[in-house]
Design a binder for this molecule. Sequence first.
Ligand code: NAD
Length: 271
Amino acid sequence: MQNRIMITGAGSGLGREIALRWAREGWRLALSDITDGGLQETLKGVREAGGEGFVQRCDVRDYSQLTALAQACEQKFGGIDIIVNNAGVASGGFFDELSLEDWDWQIAINLMGVVKGCKAFLPLLAQSKGKIINIASMAALMQGPAMSNYNVAKAGVVALSESLLVELRQSEVGVHVVCPSFFQTNLLDSFRGPTPAMKAQVGKLLESSPISASDIADYIFRQVAEGEFMILPHEQGRMAWHLKQKNPQMLYDEMAIMAEKMRAKARSVSS
Ligand SMILES: NC(=O)c1ccc[n+]([C@@H]2O[C@H](COP(=O)([O-])OP(=O)(O)OC[C@H]3O[C@@H](n4cnc5c(N)ncnc54)[C@H](O)[C@@H]3O)[C@@H](O)[C@H]2O)c1
C-alpha cells in the first residue's frame, strides 16, 4: 500500500495544507523545513487529521541534508511513495535592479532545491514506483514583469519536471508539476528584492486570490489521483495559459503594459 509522503517547506502555507490533506487519508508524513516552530504546528495538525509522522530540519540548498532526510524516511518508513518539492521563497524587482546575489539566492532555493530533492529521493522512489510533485508557479508559464529571477527559477522547475516525466516513465516513477497563481500564505515573509514598493505590490497580489492554500492542496490531491501532469489550480490561470498557447503575442503585449504601470507606481511611491 502506498502511504508515505515527504514534503519540503511543510512548516507553513501550501506545504502545511498539503500535509493536512494527505493526513486526512491516513498517510505517514515526513515533514521538513528550515525552522522547527512551524513544523511542530503542522505535525500537531497532521495528528489531529488522522495522519502520523516525523519532522526533520532540512534546508533544500544543502544536498547532504536532503540525503539525510531520505535516509530517515528509509529508516522510519522503509521508503517513500510521494515527495513534494514545495519549499520556496518570493522575490521581485525589475531586471536592471536585481543583483547577481538576488539571482543566486532565488535559483539556489526555488530551482536547485527542487533538483536536489529529486536527486536525493530518486533511488527510494524507483523502489516504490512512487511520485514526484514539484511546486512551480504560474510565473513559470506567464513570465509576469518585475520578477525575472522567480520566473526563471519556476520555469526551470517546469522544464525539470517535463524532463523527468519523459526519463522516468520506464521506471514507473510518476511526475506532476503544480503551477498556482498568487494565493495568501506567509510567502511575503521571505521576500527579497531591491525596493519595498515591489514587496507591497506582491502582497496585494497574494491577497487577491479567490482560492486558499487549503483549496489548492485539495485540488492537487484530486489531480494527482487522476494522473494529471500539469496541475493549474486557479481557473484564471488555466484560462491565461490556454490563451498564451493560442496567442502568445497578445500576452506579451499585456505584460508589457503591466510592466509600464508597475514602473510608474514604483516611481510614485519612491518620489
Ligand atoms: N503563495 C503564492 O502566491 C504562490 C504562488 C505560486 C507558487 N507558490 C509556491 O508555493 C510554494 C510554497 O510557498 P507558500 O506560498 O506556501 O509560502 P510560505 O512562505 O508560507 O511557505 C514556504 C515554506 O518554505 C520554507 N523554506 C524557505 N526556504 C527554505 C529552504 N531553503 N529550505 C527549506 N525550506 C525553506 C519556509 O520556511 C516556509 O515554511 C513555494 O514554492 C512558492 O514559490 C506560491
